[in-house]
Write a protein that binds this ligand. Structure first.
Ligand code: SF4
Ligand code: SF4
Length: 427
């Protein structure tokens, strides 16, 4: 039986310092939806004072952004408490038959078979590319057939990125040698959703690293990082995926395992915690976590060949997982400030989550939109021409925000790699 992190709940002294940092407390204005409230509920569930069903709602509505963790004066391990609650609730639902056999099979299929299946995701990506490139999307929009979609699907259809089709995708190579003696030997982690929706950003990342003097290899054996599974309490599937990635990358002895995905990166830097109790895997997981870094960490250590000025007002929406879990705060900012011509404007309350949080904005749409509205109030204060992100989830969510506010003619949302490749003239 999955166990709640009961002992850890006693580290919370109920001081409330975390309340102003918590997006769900700010938007929902209730103790139940604060970090302190959730910790209390986990404690009560462990003591049998409330049921798992009573715990489920507040835990589901937590973004997992971990902004509470970094402001907590007693270093409460909120991430550990949250993950234990998700795992216990998931286990309880399966055991107590509150989840039908069919729902359980479907969920297992999605998390264990579909998301980690590159071929399946690429087929889905090709379907999306066909919809966009065949003119179907234009027709659907012109004839307002889009309006037949339910509200949230309609919202996301409007901000779909231009997905690469199978031909563009096939042009990605496996090995990108450095022009001179390589600064670093890099194993590039592509991610699953990232490589479906934003495969062009992955390709640009690889070319930028190569241009900056690195040797880059994209190994075929890699799989999904396990973040979505972990956030849904599927710890065993997460561990299985982590082991597959560790085994795949360790064969090559890369200097670094690099990604351009804040959320996946956060999952991978915690493989050591995930597998700490497994004697066969603990030290291998530690090594993998040590080598796993966001692309901004590498690009900050090499010389970028800037050739063009970007004369625009730029702001940056940090990914919570990059800030609060990977603790990479300065690296993207310093890179941005190096781009010739840009005017950087700090986003007020930038560390507040945008409401994306993996699939939170799909499963908790209304709550995510309330959080996004708060974020957009801050964006309007700096009136940027460009919002820079470092994670595909934040990227899509900020595009939704811009679209909702009717600002899509004025504000562009880009991944930091897109801005850097433009400034460096990398095609
Ligand atoms: S989680 Fe930390 S900051 Fe929040 S109430 Fe508890 S001790 Fe205070
Ligand atoms: S992880 Fe984020 S949403 Fe959840 S309690 Fe902490 S600050 Fe609030």
């Amino acid at each position: 039986m999955a166990e709640l992190a009961y002992e850890e709940t006693f580290d919370c002294v109920q001081c409330g310092y975390c309340l102003p940092a918590c997006p769900t407390y700010i938007t929902m204005k209730s103790e139940t939806h604060s970090p302190r409230g959730r910790i209390n509920l986990v404690k009560m569930a462990a003591e049998g004072k409330i049921t798992y069903s009573e715990l489920e709602g507040p835990i589901d509505l937590c973004l997992g952004c971990r902004a509470c963790e970094v402001v907590c004066p007693t270093n409460v391990q909120y991430g550990k408490i949250l993950e234990s609650a998700k795992e216990a609730i998931q286990h309880h639902k399966k055991e107590s038959k509150t989840m039908t056999k069919r729902a359980k099979l479907f969920q297992d299929f999605v998390f264990d078979k579909a998301i980690p299946n590159n071929k399946l995701l690429q087929t889905a990506g090709s379907g999306l590319a066909l919809y966009q490139k065949s003119g179907l999307q234009t027709v659907a929009r012109k004839t307002r057939a889009i309006n037949l979609l339910p509200g949230k699907l309609r919202t996301f259809e409007k901000i779909l990125p231009n997905v690469e089709g199978p031909i563009e995708r096939r042009s990605r190579k496996e090995h990108y040698p450095a022009k001179l003696r390589p600064a670093f030997r890099i194993g590039f982690f592509t991610g699953c959703i990232m490589d479906t929706m934003f495969s062009d950003i992955n390709t640009k990342s690889i070319k930028l690293l190569q241009e900056a003097g690195c040797e880059v290899t994209v190994i075929k054996e890699q799989t999904c990082c396990g973040a979505l599974q972990n956030h849904s309490g599927e710890t065993e599937i997460t561990k299985k995926l982590a082991k597959e990635n560790i085994q795949a990358f360790e064969k090559y002895d890369f200097d670094y395992i690099v990604n351009s995905i804040g959320g996946c990166g956060a999952q991978m830097v915690e493989y050591d915690k995930l597998l700490a109790d497994d004697p066969e895997w603990a030290s291998r997981a530690e090594e993998f976590a040590r080598k796993s870094v966001d692309i901004s960490v590498i690009l900050g250590q090499v010389k970028l060949p800037f050739v063009k000025e970007i004369s625009k007002v730029v702001t940056y929406q940090p990914s919570c997982h990059m800030t609060n879990v990977q603790k990479r705060v300065q690296e993207p900012l310093e890179l941005l400030k190096k781009i010739p011509g840009i005017t950087y404007m700090e986003l007020p309350q930038k560390n507040m989550c945008c409401g994306s949080a993996g699939i939170y904005n799909i499963v908790n749409y209304e709550a995510a939109m309330d959080i996004l509205d708060e974020k957009m109030k801050q964006v309007e204060k700096v009136s940027p021409e460009v919002i820079v992100t470092t994670n595909p989830g934040c990227h899509l969510q900020m595009k939704v925000g811009v679209e909702k506010e009717g600002l899509s003619d004025q504000i562009e949302v880009v991944h930091i790699v897109e801005l850097l490749t433009e400034a460096c003239g990398v095609e």
